[in-house]
Design a protein around this ligand. Structure first.
Ligand code: C2E
Ligand code: CA
Ligand code: CA
Ligand code: CA
Length: 278
């Protein structure tokens, strides 16, 4: 028994070692990713359910490395956060997404919005507000066409600072959405203390919406609560017509998911806009 116990332990450490080594290699590679033009953004369409219109996109980060290939953001974002690289990467994301939005606006599609993900680490940066202002000014797009997606944990860490930051961003016209809503551990009291714009219903509630009555009850409750608080709702991870129809029935405002489109590289997103909005 002792023997097999030790074996199990050595297997375990070998796995851990491999994991650790890959992380170190990835982190080092990530350090050079911006300069080597390995990062890109893809854009996933967002639709309004009232009029079935394309109204904007969420910018999602992609990293292609020569040796590692395509690395998932689920793997490299946590690494970027732990190493602090997320600040520089996040700034690159903001600049690039706003540049793209400006290009679409300049082509005549001024109704389009851009949603940009913010890590809680970025959210803690003293100069975030100034950086966002400057980037918006530089791009020339109206601030109210820009939405920042933050998670519940970003608000829970330092609530007083977070309130001040969100109030400031909102005062300049920006929109703030809570990403992955319902999956965090923070209390609902922040919903009245923060000047938010939108709740983004997490895809874990959408996935089994038709089969699971508990998920349906949760989604219904989120939508009703948001409506009563004057907040919009967007559901993410919508893959089927049935999910969409049920979300319309429940009173959801907006939708994003493979049902409409996967996230698209800039060129394809531009073609998509031309098809959808002529
Ligand atoms: P998220 O912000 O919750 O983004 C939604 C994820 O769901 C994206 O995965 C998207 O591609 C995927 N998705 C969209 N529609 C569907 C669908 O219909 N079905 C399914 N199964 N999935 C769908 P992705 O692009 O791999 O990003 C994963 C996470 O990485 C994001 O989750 C976000 O937390 C993070 N991330 C991505 N880009 C950025 C970024 O620029 N900055 C930061 N801080 N985080 C980012
Ligand atoms: Ca998001
Ligand atoms: Ca999300
Ligand atoms: Ca998520």
């Amino acid at each position: 028994a002792k023997e097999s116990g030790r074996n199990r332990y050595s297997f375990f450490t070998a796995d851990m070692q491999q994991f650790h080594t890959r992380n170190l290699l990835l982190e080092n590679a990530l350090r050079r990713a911006i300069d080597r033009n390995q990062l890109s953004l893809v854009y996933q369409p967002q639709y309004s359910l009232v009029d079935q219109q394309l109204f904007g996109f969420e910018a999602l980060l992609r990293w292609h490395h020569d040796d590692f290939g395509q690395v998932s953001p689920a793997e490299f974002i946590p690494l970027a956060e732990r190493s602090g690289l997320i600040v520089a990467i996040g700034e690159w994301v903001i600049i690039t997404a706003l540049q793209q939005l400006a290009q679409w606006h300049n082509s005549g599609y001024r109704q389009l919005n851009m949603a940009i993900n913010l890590s809680s680490i970025q959210f803690r940066q003293e100069n975030l507000q100034q950086f966002v202002y400057n980037a918006i000014e530089f791009s020339g797009v109206p601030a109210n066409c820009v939405e920042l997606e933050i998670t519940e944990s970003a608000m829970a860490e330092q609530p007083e600072k977070a309130i001040a930051l969100i109030t400031g961003l909102r005062a300049s016209g920006l929109n703030i959405a809570i990403d992955d809503f319902g999956t965090g551990y923070s209390s609902l009291s922040y919903l009245k203390r923060f000047a938010l714009t939108k709740l983004k219903i997490d895809q874990s509630f959408v996935r089994d919406l038709l089969k699971n009555s508990q998920d349906k009850a949760i989604v219904r409750a989120i939508i009703n609560m948001a409506a009563n608080l004057g907040l919009k709702t967007i559901a993410e991870g919508v893959e089927t017509e049935q999910q969409r129809d049920l979300l319309i029935q429940l009173g959801c405002d907006e939708i994003q998911g493979y049902y409409y489109s996967k996230p698209l590289p800039a060129g394809q997103a531009s073609e998509f806009i031309q098809q959808q909005l002529q």
